[in-house]
Design a protein around this ligand. Structure first.
Ligand SMILES: NC(=O)c1ccc[n+]([C@@H]2O[C@H](COP(=O)([O-])OP(=O)(O)OC[C@H]3O[C@@H](n4cnc5c(N)ncnc54)[C@H](O)[C@@H]3O)[C@@H](O)[C@H]2O)c1
Length: 259
């Protein structure tokens, strides 16, 4: 591994909005050059423009080997390096498991899990010569809790944890740290769609979250900043939960009997 000087370069997939956009902002304010990549090119460009200098917005479909290859080629051409990869692009669907359509199942696994594999694989050569390189994969509470109606999502996010541990074990020899973030219920469009569809009840959710509130995208971005930084130089293969405690709550008193 050769350590390069100058601003580190980060690539954030699914960075047009939500958690990805917040992570892009945070890594940029940490001093990195940030490439925002998304299926939504206009959104990626806008997200990058809002960062100001040291940024670029590009199109990618993380389910396509060709598209991911072109993206990484473009990063190499523009900056000649890649130091941080954030595999954040994701989708969620809600369907009774007994009715799950096979094509929809494969698509959801492919965006959330296949995309993480593809972008990691394509970035390996650039990352291995990067400055204390790091991969951050977006998992979810869905990798811990059984979440009715979210069969493909929970399965994919559980797979992201296995992928994270395997790459961490294999690529540690190249100096690449690989970690996962597992956000809880963070106030983004994706999460609010659960309220709108009635599969999530806001009051029930807040009652069983020890911190009694939704998370903010910037709180997830702060955790990504840590995992990308030198402060996490001996941290690899972990899952960092940013979930207000929702996955450890064992308080089964009625909501109105709690303090
Ligand atoms: N919001 C939450 O509460 C929450 C909780 C846990 C995990 N997550 C995870 O965090 C990540 C971001 O979530 P969010 O809430 O910001 O979602 P979001 O829907 O707001 O943003 C997801 C982004 O991914 C992009 N995308 C979708 N398919 C893509 C593809 N094939 N190729 C490239 N880009 C694609 C979308 O265009 C969008 O910009 C996801 O992986 C999600 O599963 C979110």
């Amino acid at each position: 591994m050769t350590e390069q000087g100058g601003a580190r370069v980060a690539l954030v997939t699914g960075g047009a909005q939500g958690l990805g956009a917040a992570i892009a902002r945070r890594l940029h304010s940490d001093g990195m050059t940030v490439v925002v990549a998304d299926l939504n090119l206009a959104g990626a460009r806008l997200s990058a423009e809002l960062l100001g200098g040291r940024s670029m917005g590009l199109e990618v479909d993380v389910t396509s080997d060709g598209s991911v290859g072109l993206l990484v080629d473009e990063v190499a051409r523009a900056f000649g390096r890649l130091d941080v990869l954030v595999n954040n692009a994701g989708i969620i669907s809600r369907t009774p498991s007994a009715e799950f359509d096979t094509a929809a199942w494969l698509r959801e696994l492919d965006v959330n899990l296949g995309g993480t594999m593809r972008c990691s694989r394509a970035s390996f050569e650039l990352l291995r010569s990067g400055a204390f390189p790091a991969i951050i994969n977006m998992a979810s509470v869905g990798a811990t809790l059984g979440m009715p109606l979210r069969l493909a999502y929970s399965s994919a996010k559980s797979g992201v944890l296995g992928l994270t541990r395997t790459l961490a074990a294999e690529w540690g020899a190249f100096g690449i740290r690989v970690n996962a973030l597992a956000p809880g219920y963070i106030d983004t469009d994706m999460m609010r769609s659960g309220f709108e569809l009635g599969v999530l009840d806001e009051q029930a959710l807040l009652a069983r979250t020890p911190l009694h509130r939704l998370g903010d995208a910037d709180e997830v971005a702060a955790a990504a900043s840590f995992l990308a930084s030198r402060d996490a130089s001996f941290v690899t293969g972990i899952v960092l939960k940013v979930d207000g405690g929702v996955t450890i709550d064992g308080d089964f008193r009625p909501a109105d009997a709690r303090p």
